[in-house]
Design a protein around this ligand. Sequence first.
Ligand code: DGL
Length: 270
Amino acid sequence: MDARPIGVFDSGVGGLTVFRSLEAALPGESFVYLGDTARVPYGTKSPETVGRYGVEAARFLRKQDVKMVIVACNTVSSVALDAVAAEAGVPVAGVIQPGARRAVALTRRGRIGVIGTRATIASEAYPRAILALREDVEVFSSPCPLFVPLAEEGWTDNEVARRTAETYLATLEAAGVDTLVLGCTHYPLLAGVIGEVMGGDVALVDSADAVASEVRERLSGDPRLAAPAAGAPAPSRFYVTDSPAPFAAVAERFLGRPVGLIGRAGIAGE
Ligand code: DGL
């Protein structure tokens, strides 16, 4: 049994979609969430920069004495998972492998679409992971950078969101994908509009849900790592690298409830 919290980190507020899924899947666990709000977005930055940020976040979480680190950010998971794992000193899980596994399990015609930030799509991490699991599929990718500010603004179900989705997703629709990986923390919030545009027969893969189920399986298979069954878990803690107030406002929208006290973390150069 291990009562220590699970560390979750993201470039900002978007990783709360992963936190939300983890909390639902693992009600006995407590979490430490770190959002690097001073340096978001990561999705427009080089792999070297994203790697450095990821290592600094891992060092911060290590100091919080977490028992495991979940890399909620698809961009970090795509370009720097090994560097984060080397720094964390505890088991680390990213979102790419769970998302890829779920996509391969769901595809009917072997035509899989992937959407994400520019950095995630340029890294080709999802196609690599998918093709390593199953060679006879085709993967079609498209970056959708404007989905991130739309989700943060709460514009997830209006005409702007719909037009943006139609424009970004046209090539994937034309390619006839039957499964679409939402390869960015923010995209599950736009799942309604994305589903409408792609049509009901396209399966959407929420990598937040996929990683949460895999972490649950891992903890149930390893009793030394899971929290003690008795007693309520300690309340989760939240840290950001910029002012907490804007994070609190968007977090409330992402989670549908206030997150409580938010600490300020200085992680740059750690
Ligand atoms: N968290 C990022 C991701 O999942 C999206 C926001 C950003 O660009 O930092 O890729």
